[in-house]
Design a protein around this ligand. Structure first.
Ligand code: GCW
Length: 660
């Protein structure tokens, strides 16, 4: 009998553990792993309250219009509205609006374009997803720029340059025969925020991307992306006529070279009728370019523009600085490009990084904005956080984007008003959560939203994203939105306070290394940028120094010079320089580093308190990264202060022991 009881007990235990296991599996199947991004459509009501919704599509039956209908049907079902909704999607016959513009009036969405219907559908779902009542939703929107694009720095071997989210999302190996379903999800995510162009390969391009086998891969992607309103662009290597074309030169004025590019472009358009065009990094960081033949950037760009004609655009990057050039690196792009204003063909867009050095945590806006009135300019942001702690540091970039877009150029408008296109270096990869961390999804989202409307305030973007991605609970948003908004400034504080720049580990660009001085290229050494010595610190870019300041409009130059947040960017000052706080610079610096560390610590506490609002998996993932960030913010502070102390010969500030 005893044996029987034991057997029964074991049987019961087994049954229990089976139930537990299957429950666990069911929970795991629903675990949030971030794959659904901001498109989760978390239910607004429980299943019992849920009323069905109908969607009627009028005036178009194109693949894009049908996607709009399908998105609404799927979104409304997922959202589980508590009242019946009858949504109409109406394509208007009036073509006057900018492509993609739409209106939403409660349950009515209208647009003159199919893609506008899709954008309208996503916009309606975005509003509903934040808990707004259907009848109250009124939108009348048109995109600020016709070109809103991601630049992927993805190589054909699957490596992503400056990518922190795994391998390339583009499965180059199996394309074109196998187009992963993820390509649909990727296009859908982009379309949901209005991104309409994708450069599928790295600007450090290999010419093989222009070979027929890769054109076939690009075509497969373009076919998949097309219904979502996304055009494919390719980074073109300027030496391609030599590399793969059998020519002995790539001189843009050589008739054979011109003919080669014309034929290559025709080949691309035969495969991809709506091919967007080329992105080119030329005579920059060792890439080939027209200057190899004594020609100008305009000669190179215009040659490609002639090959493309009215079918597309050539996006020519202004990110140039050269080893042999002794001029302040911050000045070189302006020096080289500004005199070319008016020389570029009408289908050339010159793409300028947001600041004059390289995607630092804080830079002044690039002086080319506003200074080339006869040239179409695009602004290039970096969504992947090469200099802001990769995917392991939480830094919400909308405030950085906003700061630059809103900056007055002093030349008749803000940066946002002086550009006609916008590009972001993508942060996507094959990681399950797309971007390497949950919060880096917010930067993809923010980029798209600002590309659509550069006037959107950062806090609105943060609120939308956090509500759609995590929880629309007001208590959660009250805590997390401010946390996001302060996160970039925290990075500035603990990495590069008061206008410091480029003091990170060289090569990989992670962690502090202000002491590095031994690289061959002087402008790759952190010491080139901070210029700290016994007497003081900072890069003199005034008239007594490189005079980079003179590249700005005079009023703006005055304002920049007075901006303490950029103090060491523009000036070399003594350690005892008196700050507006009344403290000396030497006293102020540790306060900035400490403030950054303290903010990160608070972020950790804030996040810990959000556990009730969020699924365990994502809560844990973010918490783990915040631990790394707290540790590394101290690493930045302690290593930097130790170095400044050694260089200046000053004792470490009180409370700041030398790192062990
Ligand atoms: O920021 C630097 C990066 C390089 C990059 C380059 C560029 C693609 O460190 O990795 O190359 O800028 O923007 O061209």
């Amino acid at each position: 009998a005893r044996g029987e009881r034991v057997r029964m007990m074991i049987a019961r235990l087994c049954a229990l553990s089976l139930i537990a296991t299957s429950l666990f599996c069911a929970a795991a199947a629903h675990a949030e792993d971030g794959y659904r991004l901001w498109l989760r459509n978390a239910p607004l009501a429980d299943a019992a309250q849920h009323k069905s919704a109908t969607v009627t599509l009028i005036g178009s039956d194109s693949p894009t219009a049908r996607l709009a209908r399908d998105e609404l049907q799927r979104g409304l079902a997922e959202l589980r509205l508590a009242s019946t909704a009858a949504i109409t999607l109406r394509k208007l016959a009036t073509p006057a609006q900018r492509e993609g513009a739409f209106r939403v009036n409660g349950a009515k969405i209208s647009s003159a374009s199919d893609i506008g219907l899709l954008y309208g559908a996503f916009a309606l779902l975005r509003e509903l997803g934040q808990g707004k009542p259907l009848a109250s939703i009124k939108l009348d929107e048109a995109p600020a720029y016709t070109l809103r694009m991601l630049n992927h720095w993805d190589d054909p071997d699957g490596h992503v340059e400056r990518g922190y989210a795994g391998r390339s999302i583009f499965d180059w190996w199996h394309l074109p025969d196998r187009v992963d379903v993820r390509m649909t999800d990727y296009a859908r995510a982009n379309a949901s925020v209005g991104i309409n162009g994708v450069v599928i390969n790295n600007v450090n391009a290999r010419a093989m991307m222009l070979e027929p086998r890769y054109i076939a891969k690009a075509k497969a992607l373009a076919d998949r992306f097309r219904p979502w309103g996304i055009r494919v662009y390719v980074s073109a290597r300027f030496s391609a006529p030599r590399d793969i074309g059998g020519l002995t030169t790539a001189d843009p004025l050589d008739p054979a070279v011109r003919a080669w590019w014309k034929a290559k472009t025709d080949e691309l358009y035969a495969a991809i009728p709506d091919f967007g065009g080329f992105l080119v990094k030329a005579n920059s960081e060792g890439q080939p370019g027209p200057q190899d033949y004594g020609r100008s950037h305009a000669d190179g760009a215009n040659m490609l523009a002639a090959a493309i004609g009215a079918r597309g655009v050539v996006i020519w990057r202004a990110f140039v600085y050269a080893a042999e050039n002794k001029e302040d690196r911050a000045k070189q792009a302006f020096t080289e490009f500004q005199p070319l204003d008016g020389k570029f063909a009408s289908n050339v867009i010159v793409q300028v990084k947001n600041g004059p050095i390289d995607f630092q945590p804080r830079e002044p806006f690039h002086p080319l904005f506003g200074a080339m009135p006869k040239t179409q300019l695009a602004i290039e942001f970096q969504i992947t956080k090469e200099y802001l702690g990769f995917a392991s540091h939480l830094a919400f970039l909308a405030p950085l984007f906003e700061e630059v877009l809103d900056a007055d150029t002093g030349r008749g408008g803000t940066v946002a008003e002086k550009v006609s296109a916008i590009a972001g270096v993508a942060n996507t990869g094959s990681d399950r959560n797309w971007t390497g961390s949950d919060f880096d999804q917010a930067n993809w989202y923010a980029f798209g939203r600002l590309a659509w409307n550069p006037r959107l305030p950062s806090d609105q973007i943060a609120r939308e994203w956090a509500a759609l991605t995590f929880s629309r609970d007001p208590a959660f948003l009250r805590a997390v939105v401010p946390m996001m908004l302060g996160s970039r400034e925290a990075v500035v504080d603990y990495m590069t306070p008061l206008g410091l720049a480029h003091v990170m580990g060289t090569g990989h660009h992670y962690g502090p290394a202000p002491w590095v001085a031994d690289l061959d290229r002087p402008e790759w050494n952190p010491v080139y940028y901070h210029r700290a010595d016994r007497d003081g610190i900072g890069f003199d870019r005034t008239g007594t120094g490189s005079d980079a300041l003179a590249q700005y409009a005079p009023d703006v130059a005055k304002r920049l010079l007075a901006d303490e947040e950029l103090l060491l960017w523009f000036r070399h000052v003594p350690w005892d320089y008196r700050m507006s706080s009344g403290r000396t610079l030497w006293e102020e610096l540790p306060r900035r580093y400490d403030r950054g560390v303290a903010t990160v610590d608070r972020m950790g506490v804030t996040w810990a308190e959000q556990a009730p609002h969020i699924d365990a998996q994502r809560h844990r993932a973010v918490a783990d990264f915040l631990k790394i960030q707290a540790h590394e913010a101290r690493w930045w502070r302690d290593a930097s202060l130790a170095y400044w102390s050694a260089i200046s010969g000053r004792a470490l500030p009180p409370g700041h022991a030398a790192p062990t």
